[in-house]
Design a protein around this ligand. Structure first.
Ligand SMILES: Cc1ncc(COP(=O)(O)O)c(C=O)c1O
Length: 391
């Protein structure tokens, strides 16, 4: 007779479902011939000169811990980059922290500022880690619906309507995962105005800043009188095809960076030195490779958006990141049914929109960081699938 052992996992953790993305990708590994428009990562290897810099550093014996904040040389390069790109001043000694990807940056930022019960306002749909990060930090996520009719932009009035005396922060990420939406400077300025009026911190995840097509990226911290209360999160995973190196950064005022560093020093200690050396090289001379990759993503973006519209999956035009978010409402299926059936019948992997929030239902996320040939084959298989299942 088996004895029932009481659950030992925390109640807080039990509030969080497992990632809706990973669930699918565990399934795919056992299948052959699958085209994946699933996981959001570049199909390029890290540019050679960046890999080479890291290899050379290993040859020289750079295999130790770095300062908790990250290598000073990297923080200096980053400070220069933020100055050159956005005309923002961050002191490399006290206002920049190198993190283990933006993932760690999100975890640290939420844990550093939240007390139990504090509310964090964020758009729905949004990147699947935002909601869990807030819950794990003891906070309460407050979702603001966004929709296709408004290009999945977050409206300042909708944010303000949800501010209570428990609201501590707004968490946004533009260009957006999963929709590819980019917000204009004016609309972001309206959100900054709400944040200022209610003295809220803004966590701005700008991991896709370098991947915009025909529009300008606005760095949130450049908006009037908002830098002091903004935690800018950035990283190397997407722009430099460096997902495996696990390097990101946080830029914020001294007090916030000190608080984030306090957690980081006990939990991570530091980001890997190899990754940091690679990031220095990326900042020093990665610009041309980034521009080349962005151009290629743009070519694929045009093909996939047109293709999805042609096969009857209407798709608003994403202006950033490397995702499209077509509507599947015409098929009458839920996004999970659609993704599962598409995988089983046509061997194309996409992510159900529901994995990104309630407002993602009725949509799927297709990542176009894969070759044009694969995109075209995926479109042809999806076209067949949609014709078969159209209501
Ligand atoms: C919006 C967003 N933020 C953060 C991350 C995590 O990135 P990193 O590899 O820097 O941890 C991702 C990865 O997909 C993302 O899409």
């Amino acid at each position: 007779m088996s004895i029932k052992v009481p659950s030992v996992t925390s109640r807080r953790l039990n509030q969080i479902p497992p990632s809706g993305i990973r669930k699918f990708f565990d399934l795919i590994v056992s299948m052959e011939g699958v085209i994946s428009l699933g996981v959001g990562e570049p199909d390029f290897a890290t540019p050679w000169h960046i890999r080479e810099a890291a290899i050379y550093s290993l040859e020289k014996g750079y295999t130790m811990y770095t300062s908790n904040l990250g290598m000073l040389e990297l923080r200096r390069e980053l400070s220069r980059y933020l100055k050159d790109t956005y005309n923002l001043d961050y002191n490399p000694e006290s206002e920049l922290l190198i993190t283990v990807g933006v993932s760690e940056g999100l975890d640290l930022a939420t844990r550093a500022i939240l007390d139990p019960g504090d509310e964090v306002i964020m758009p729905d749909p949004c990147y699947s880690a935002y909601n869990p990060c807030v819950i794990l930090a003891g906070g309460t996520p407050i979702m603001v619906p966004t929709n296709e009719e408004n290009n999945f932009e977050l409206a300042a009035a909708d944010v303000e309507a949800r501010v209570t005396n428990k609201t501590k922060a707004i968490l946004i990420g533009y260009p957006a995962n999963p929709t590819g939406a980019v917000m204009s400077r004016d609309k972001l300025a309206q959100i900054a105005e709400v944040a200022r009026r209610h003295r809220l911190v803004v966590i701005s995840d700008e991991i896709y800043a370098r991947l915009v097509y025909g529009v300008e990226h606005t760095c949130f911290a450049t908006l009037p009188q908002i830098k002091e209360s903004t935690i800018l999160l950035g990283g190397f995973s997407k722009a430099y095809a460096m997902t495996g190196w696990r390097i990101g950064y946080a830029a914020a005022n001294k007090e916030i960076i000190a608080a984030m560093t306090k957690i980081h020093q006990y939990t991570m200690l530091c980001a890997s030195i190899m990754g940091q050396v690679a990031a220095i090289e990326a900042l020093k001379s990665g610009e041309a490779s980034t521009a080349e990759m962005a151009e290629e993503y743009n070519r694929r973006r045009l093909v996939i958006v047109q293709g999805l519209n042609d096969i009857g999956l209407p798709c608003f035009e994403p202006r950033g990141a490397f995702y499209t978010f077509p509507s599947i409402k015409g098929t009458g299926m839920t996004s999970e049914e659609f993704a599962e059936k598409l995988l089983m019948e046509e061997k194309v992997a996409v992510v159900p929109g529901i994995a990104f929030g309630q407002c993602g239902e009725g949509y799927i996320r297709c990542c176009y960081a894969t070759s044009l040939a694969e995109i075209e084959e995926a479109l042809s298989r999806m076209g067949r699938f949609v014709s078969k299942h159209k209501k």
